[in-house]
Design a protein around this ligand. Structure first.
Ligand code: GLV
Ligand code: MN
Ligand code: MN
Length: 420
């Protein structure tokens, strides 16, 4: 994976431009900009398409090759000197939460793109090609499962299953993808799963630790496990003024019992288990109709594989046991085991941070990332930078230009080393 090199350490990082990166982040933040200063650029929306078109225009202006695949992952490639070698890859995602921030995902794509530009400006010749990828639908907020793009690349999902997934309005991935891709120029289409020499993803931390400790770089060791469920409780709509409680099939009251029991199941005195009910839809949503349907989601995470299995396996039976007098369907929409990153890549990130003089710490990732799906495929690692007050999945999300620059500089030195 690594090759000896006679370039001097820091020579690529020196070409990473803080201003250019900050400007590109600001330009991308205009696409789907919200009043509160964040972005709404959900997967396979019009805004997602416009963001792809903008990245593509920057790439072609610099002479980099662009390509896509059956799920719309967008690859930007700078060639290496040895055509037989697979690329060293980097990237993240351009899609956002519905009330998302300006950095989650897009920072990793643009930090990667900044490295391509720095390599170009330095006139560097790498043996491996270097590729930046914007993975499709990392967030999973509009379409479940999350990380569709990287999971398909890694051979962990079935394309037909993914294309048939629908959002809450019934729009399929297949239709949304066609519309999104129509906004970007035509480009070469490639197969999933082409070999990769390594994958390194830069991202904001999305938590408070780096900022609290005054550290600039997080050297990420791995990502915790995660299981997502969607629960559909069906009762019977009825008149709120006339229907005795004993005769009701109230989907909301039943769902409430389920949530309370799940909170007990997931209670953790050490506060390591994460359990979130992020979507809770009560239908028909009328004050004087007993709710006939509730749809809610469960996002459960923990770093220990056995606990993820043991506790996660109890979710569906517990919900089923509380369904009467309603009916319930529980669907597991995403399942990912914890992953450990490759020690050589982790060391390369740490050495790049040390060499550039950035205070750093080793740390796990609580959030999911496309790197989780790349880790079983090729040597993988991640670089975190601090974000203000640890806030993310929030329109107020902020990372300073200096920290964005530091992460890109560490990425540049890491990729330069891995790409020979
Ligand atoms: C990605 O944003 C996640 O859910 O961790
Ligand atoms: Mn992200
Ligand atoms: Mn996110």
């Amino acid at each position: 994976m690594t090759h000896p090199s006679n370039r001097s350490f820091g020579s690529i990082a020196a070409h990473v431009s803080q201003d250019r990166l900050a400007q590109r982040l600001a330009d991308m933040a205009k696409i789907g900009a919200t009043e509160k200063g964040g972005v709404n650029r959900q997967a396979l929306s019009r805004e997602d398409g416009l963001a792809r078109a903008l990245l593509t225009s920057w790439a072609t202006a610099r002479g980099f090759a662009v390509s896509t695949d059956g799920i719309g992952n967008l690859y930007v490639r700078r060639e290496g000197s040895d055509p037989t070698l697979p690329p060293v890859m980097t990237g993240s995602h351009l899609d956002s939460q519905p009330t998302g921030g300006r950095y989650d995902g897009v920072y990793g794509v643009l930090a990667g793109f900044e490295v391509l530009e720095a390599l170009e400006d330095a006139g560097a010749v790498t043996r491996h090609p270097v590729e930046v990828v914007a993975w499709t639908n990392e967030e999973g907020s509009r379409f479940q499962p999350y990380c569709m793009g990287s999971a398909l690349f890694a051979g962990k999902m079935d394309l037909e299953m993914v294309l048939a997934c629908t959002d809450a309005k019934g729009v399929s991935v297949r239709d949304a993808l066609a519309e999104t891709l129509s906004l970007a120029p035509e480009m070469q289409v490639r197969d999933f799963g082409s070999p990769a020499a390594a994958y390194v993803e830069a991202h904001i931390e999305q938590g408070p630790r780096l900022e609290a400790e005054g550290k600039t770089i997080g050297v990420v060791q791995g990502i915790q496990g995660s299981r997502w469920f969607q629960v559909e409780v069906t009762g019977q709509e009825a008149h709120a003024g006339t229907t005795p409680h004993g005769a009701r099939k109230d989907a909301f009251q039943t769902a409430l019992k389920m949530v309370n029991a799940l909170n007990d199941l997931m209670h953790d005195p050490d506060d390591i288990i994460r359990c979130t009910f992020g979507r809770f839809e009560v239908l028909p949503g009328s004050p004087n109709t007993v709710p006939g349907k509730v749809i809610f989601t469960i996002d459960f995470r923990h770093p220990d594989a056995e606990l993820v299995k043991e506790r996660g396996d109890k979710v569906a039976p517990l919900i089923q046991s509380l369904a009467a007098p309603c009916e319930v369907v529980v669907k597991e929409t995403s399942t990912t085991a914890p992953v450990d990153f490759d020690p050589a890549v982790v060391d390369a990130v740490r050495e790049a941070a040390e060499g550039l003089g950035y205070a750093n710490r080793d740390m796990p990732s609580g959030a999911n990332h496309d790197a989780k799906f790349m880790a079983p495929r090729c040597p993988t690692g991640m670089i975190f930078i601090p974000c203000k007050d640890g806030i993310s999945h929030n329109e107020l999300e902020y990372a300073s230009p200096e920290h964005c620059h530091a992460g890109a500089a560490v990425l540049a030195e890491t990729l330069a080393r891995l790409a020979g």
